[in-house]
Design a protein around this ligand. Structure first.
Ligand code: PSV
Ligand code: MN
Length: 430
């Protein structure tokens, strides 16, 4: 039996935090009531919010220069499930995990599904990987995968995506996320039109293998590893592909995959308007695809994204069912701590968006009151909703102070003993 954080420890740390929380929650309830907001409705909405943890996120990430492994890193998918379950135990906002293949390959899919379910976890979108060659792979992805000039390579990549769908069915997933690294590093290296045509042709074959109740999430990315052109570079390309591929195809927004300064919330609004918003890979960035912790750099931008989601939910936008997932790389923190805090920051943005006075905002907009409208958003954004988030965790059986409780538990030290380091210094971004 491996180490688990005991319920007694969680209860004990909650008991200590409870008096201050009750006081802060009551004060916030009064403040919100004056603004016509029922705190209980917001608390319920926060409790209902869930974001998927990427299985690759619980391992220490790296850059192309180096990776500095942390103690007690997960050695395989079973360990990853254990870490994801620990996150869920304390924050109660992460009931699903998003696996990546072949990284999470195992020989017993039913066993994996059961192991996850036993820890209260279900499976979100499955991710295919045609951006790396696997040991012994003869048809290389060095020059692309789904858009490769050689049919045989494209077929291998298509077969892999179909295999991911088949695995996902065994795990109870309902979506396949496809991100390809295909592109070119030199002007002239690739025919920009033909490469996209080949991509669409490959994706058509993958879509034909999708079960009827599945969706395919097209993930775009501006650059990296291709530095001159990327086949699915932007939301326009993603949207065009989703239109061509039909109703099961939608566009996934990874917050780090845009040109600097791009208005991501407006992209979200556009995709929602046309029923093509698949969902998100949440993270944060300052320069590029930095994969930093959600809400750590640009919390106002995150709030504005959630503001669009709240608006869409309120007007019951057709086809609106965004899948929320995190996609981060934790290079200098304990991944479990980063993921817990990131889930909380997403709940925070969600709660802040829900307390926007939508009627006042609409009136200001209709009256061309630019500053008045802006201040309506700012009022919600500047409201400290932390007591709601903590109360939601408490009521769902989690920890009022997840990071403090996690640190007090000694979980990482225990895992360091249970999971001896594999050794070696691996480079690579995950
Ligand atoms: C690519 O940068 C990406 O955002 C895709 O979602 C990958 O699946 C993930 O990161 C892991 O490398
Ligand atoms: Mn991503």
């Amino acid at each position: 039996m491996t180490f688990r954080i005991s319920d007694d420890l969680v209860a004990e740390s909650n008991r200590a935090a409870r008096p201050a929380l009750d006081e802060d929650y009551a004060a916030l309830a009064r403040q919100l009531a004056r603004r016509g907001v029922d705190i209980e409705a917001i608390a319920r909405a926060v409790m209902a919010f869930g974001v998927a943890i990427p299985t690759w996120g619980v391992g220490t990430g790296g850059t192309r220069f180096a990776r500095f492994p942390g103690p007690g890193e997960p050695r395989g998918v079973e360990d990853k499930i254990e870490d994801c379950a620990t996150i869920q135990q304390l924050v109660r906002a992460t009931p699903r995990i998003s696996p990546h293949f072949p990284w999470d390959f195992t020989s017993d899919w039913a066993g994996l599904r059961e192991a996850a379910a036993a820890r209260g976890l279900a499976f979100d979108a499955v991710n295919s990987n045609t951006f790396q060659d696997q040991p012994g792979q003869t048809l290389s992805y060095k020059f692309g995968s789904l858009s490769h000039v050689e049919r045989a390579v494209r077929e291998a990549a298509i077969a892999h995506n179909k295999a991911c769908i088949a695995i996902g069915q065994k795990l109870g997933s309902k979506a396949l996320t496809v991100w390809i690294a295909d592109g070119s590093n030199f002007a002239g290296q690739s025919n920009l039109t033909r490469a996209f045509d080949r991509y669409l042709e490959s994706m058509r074959e993958i879509c034909a293998a999708l079960p009827l109740d599945w969706r395919v999430f097209i993930e775009h990315k501006l650059y990296e590893p291709a530095f001159y052109s990327t086949v699915v570079a932007d939301w326009g390309t993603s949207f065009a592909a989703a239109l061509e591929l039909g109703p099961q195809a939608q566009c996934l927004v990874d917050l780090g995959h845009h040109a600097p300064g791009v208005n991501i919330e407006q992209i979200v609004a556009r995709l929602t308007r046309f029923g093509k918003l698949a969902g998100f890979h949440f993270n944060d960035s300052k320069y590029g695809d930095d994969d930093l912790d959600a809400g750590s750099i640009a919390p106002f931008r995150l709030f504005l994204v959630f503001n669009e989601l709240a608006d869409a939910a309120l007007r019951k936008a057709a086809g609106f069912a965004p899948a929320c997932m995190i996609d981060q790389s934790h290079n200098v923190t304990d991944p479990i701590e980063s993921l817990m805090q990131s889930a909380i920051e997403l709940q925070r943005a969600h709660a802040q968006a829900l307390i926007v006075d939508r009627a006042a905002l609409a009136s200001a907009q209709e009256a061309n009151d630019a500053l008045g409208a802006h201040l309506e958003l700012k009022r919600a954004f500047l409201t400290d909703v932390s007591p709601i988030l903590a109360m939601a965790r408490l009521r769902s059986g989690g920890a009022v102070a997840p990071i403090a409780t996690y640190r007090a538990s000694g979980y990482r030290d225990q895992k360091a003993r249970e999971r001896p380091a594999a050794g070696g210094t691996l480079a690579g971004i995950v």
